[in-house]
Write a protein of this length. Structure first.
Length: 306
């Protein structure tokens, strides 16, 4: 099944990508989580991963994903796109969640006739497992379910060494379709360190073939963390922005690091998900200077297992 004007599948499907994923699983089984992380880190970022005295943001995220996230029950639950809803409801944010139209353990349980014309189907554990449908009558039910069942068999945590994702049984959820002026909404990602929100990353163009990432401080001024630096202040409603920061600070109290991902729908904030290991600690889109500067915001604890 391929992307067209009626359906967008956000997970890559090229032969090259499938081969890479195969060898990632093999490497994970042979090398183990820590050694595979070191090898992959060197390949992608060009310098050796220091887990003894991590300094950069990428190093500290790798430390976090190896020695904290897989052992922390709250992180495990909140990394799940369905289970996190209970946590967010307990924090008082039920009205900031997208409507769920259904949840299933496997795709064959989905009653296709009950789905609306437009919807978004997602696997709850992992990244990229999204099917965004604009017209149900133009796509094949059998092909969609076949793809979903294939995704359900994946051990996503093995690919980039994010074992916390495989600690919860994966489900399939159907969410209400939302857009922003006919396109998918912009992502606003608040980065929080040691209980405090520090800066925002704005992500646009997710499905047009080229995604842009811009960083700003909370005065809406561009931050020079990426080679794609913004050249103008952040454009966002002041009231919504303040609310976004306040909500992130509240959530941040419960985690050493968390990224709170928002989008805006009908002038209301929607929490898309909580992210604990962005790009699995292999983010080559930020500069070396940005990698170090962000790393200094994250004070890590002694989480290594004895």
């Amino acid at each position: 099944m391929k992307n067209n004007e009626y359906i967008t599948i956000t997970l890559k499907s090229s032969l090259k990508y499938k081969i890479r994923r195969y060898f990632q699983k093999v490497a994970y089984k042979i090398l183990g989580p820590e050694n595979m992380t070191k090898v992959y880190f060197r390949i992608l970022l060009g310098y050796n991963l220091n887990l003894t005295h991590p300094e950069t943001f990428n190093e500290k995220i790798c430390f976090y994903k190896l020695f904290y996230c897989p052992q922390n029950e709250l992180v495990i639950k909140c990394a799940d796109k369905y289970e996190v809803r209970n946590y967010l409801k307990s924090k008082g944010y039920e009205n900031n969640l997208i409507n769920i139209l259904g949840v299933w353990d496997e795709a064959n349980s989905i009653n296709w006739n009950e789905l609306p014309k437009k919807f978004a189907l997602k696997r709850t554990n992992g990244c990229g497992y999204n099917i965004i449908c604009l017209d149900k009558s133009k796509i094949e039910e059998r092909e969609v379910k076949k793809l979903l069942n294939k995704w359900q068999k994946d051990k996503f945590g093995m690919y980039n060494v994010e074992p916390h994702y495989d600690k919860m049984p994966s489900k399939i959820v159907c969410e209400e379709y939302i857009d922003s002026d006919g396109r998918l909404p912009v992502d606003y990602k608040i980065h929080c360190f040691n209980g405090q929100a520090k800066f925002i990353m704005v992500c646009d163009g997710r499905v047009r073939g080229y995604t842009t990432f811009y960083y700003y401080d909370f005065n809406k001024r561009p931050l020079l963390f990426s080679s794609e630096n913004a050249d103008s202040p952040l454009e966002i409603d002041d009231t919504l922005f303040k609310e976004m920061i306040n909500m992130s600070n509240d959530i941040a109290k419960d985690f050493p690091f968390v990224r709170v991902d928002f989008y805006i729908h009908k002038r209301k904030l929607i929490i898309g998900e909580l992210t604990f290991t962005p790009t699995a600690g292999y983010d080559y889109t930020i500069t070396k200077e940005g990698d170090y500067a962000i790393g200094q915001m994250f004070e890590i604890g002694n989480w290594r297992e004895k």
